[in-house]
Design a protein around this ligand. Structure first.
Ligand SMILES: Cc1cc2nc3c(=O)[nH]c(=O)nc-3n(C[C@H](O)[C@H](O)[C@H](O)COP(=O)(O)OP(=O)(O)OC[C@H]3O[C@@H](n4cnc5c(N)ncnc54)[C@H](O)[C@@H]3O)c2cc1C
Length: 366
């Protein structure tokens, strides 16, 4: 079959690939996203959609600056996506209540540094005013009222709808099998059926990215399985996201409540397990006892693109001209994604960069 041509080819149609495609499209670039399965069918579908790292004060500046930029972008982006696709991504400011307060001081200084509203709550009555359904034994916490959430399956559906409206090209069910590199310069990619010519390729393959960036030494993106369960709740019964000792609950607009998540290094394996079901349910009921009476409607797993410190690769390949990487967002691909896409687009377009790229380079610590 003959070669087909695009300005930029993006390998992987998860949230990272799709957000990057939108950025480039808006700059007038002809983009083609090539996705092995359905668009947004992997980690980007499976996540919780909390628009914040779980304990942001435990992360580096480089993660926090992407998160803070993305937080500014999401309200406008969600509106734009709804306009373009007719899909409401259910972006809501439900706030996040932390019931572990061992890190109170470090959390307070982080909040001050990043101008995030944070309240230290020291009495049970106030905690129960914030979220009346939390366990009666909880009598102190940290309350971040401005933290948003977005509903992942709706976000990826809206993104796909926006591609159709805007005319952003994509191929689904089409694995990229090879990069075509000649004398250190990218010439295109191959799928089982076709080759595509281009002088710019972006790897946004999530947990599968390492296979394509094997050309570089010390690249480490590995799959980290996360299982979740979903309770069939009633709208308004639980209003706030709550995080306790690494376990969280996320109430959606329609009353469903997500409880997550496991962290499992078991390779490219998305099997759901009874052990995880029991553990996630136990932790969720401990946070919100009323969940004990609710049916678990669904359980699923996704593969996060894991990096050691959760710092993504957003960079140009140092040895292969025209090859770029936007991958390795680990637990925070939704919250970091919008800012990452912005920075990636600036790199591809040769614009001046709005952030120091050093922490996201291939040879940096990730
Ligand atoms: C349980 C769970 C909870 C989470 N909660 C949150 C949260 O609350 N907030 C948050 O910000 N993040 C969260 N995350 C993390 C977030 O979902 C990920 O960081 C993000 O989805 C990564 O996006 P991605 O596009 O890099 O990866 P993916 O969504 O995995 O997309 C990569 C795509 O590349 C495709 N691909 C791979 N190889 C090829 C190939 N050879 N050819 C073509 N296509 C290919 C794959 O099919 C896939 O669709 C969570 C993740 C999980 C699993």
């Amino acid at each position: 079959m003959g070669n087909r041509v695009s300005d930029v080819i993006i390998i992987g149609g998860g949230i990272i690939g799709m957000l990057t495609a939108r950025e480039l499209h808006h700059a007038g670039v002809e983009v083609l996203v090539i996705e092995r399965g359905p668009l947004g069918g992997e980690s980007s579908w499976a996540g919780g959609g909390i628009i914040s790292p779980l304990y942001p004060w435990r992360y580096s500046q480089s993660v926090n600056q992407l998160a803070e930029i993305s937080k500014q972008i999401y309200p406008g982006l969600a509106k734009q996506l709804q306009h373009e696709s007719g899909v409401d991504c259910e972006l809501i400011t439900s706030g996040l209540l932390y019931t572990d307060v061992e890190e109170q001081q470090v959390a307070e200084s982080w909040a001050k540094e990043w101008s995030v509203e944070l309240h230290t709550v020291t009495d049970a009555e106030h905690i129960h005013q914030i979220e009346p359904r939390v366990n009666d034994t909880i009598d102190c916490g940290l309350w971040l009222p401005d933290i948003m959430q977005i509903r992942n399956p709706k976000l990826v559906k809206a993104m796909k709808g926006s591609f159709d409206t805007l005319g952003i090209r994509y191929l689904e069910q089409t694995p990229v099998t090879e990069l075509n590199i000649d004398a250190g310069v990218i010439r295109g990619i191959k799928t089982a059926a076709e080759s595509f010519n281009t002088d710019k390729v972006i790897i946004a393959g999530g947990a599968w990215s390492a296979g394509f960036i094997k050309y570089a030494k010390n690249v480490a993106v590995e799959p980290v399985k996360g299982q979740m369960i979903m309770f069939k709740g009633e709208p308004g019964l639980i209003r706030r996201m709550v995080l306790s000792s690494g376990h969280y609950i996320i109430p959606r607009k329609d009353g469903r409540v997500l409880a997550g998540s496991t962290l499992e290094r078991t390779g490219f394996n998305k099997t759901i397990t009874d052990d995880a079901n029991v553990e996630l349910r136990r932790a969720a009921v401990e946070i919100i006892p009323a969940l004990a009476d609710m049916e678990i409607e669904r359980q699923w797993a996704g593969l996060r693109p894991g990096t050691e410190q959760g710092i993504p690769y957003i960079c140009r390949h140092p040895e292969i001209d025209g090859l770029y990487i936007n991958a390795g967002h680990y637990r925070n691909g939704v919250v970091l994604g919008a800012a990452s896409a912005n920075l990636m687009a600036e790199m591809v377009l040769g614009l001046s960069l709005s952030l120091d790229p050093a922490p996201y380079a291939l040879d940096a610590v990730h």
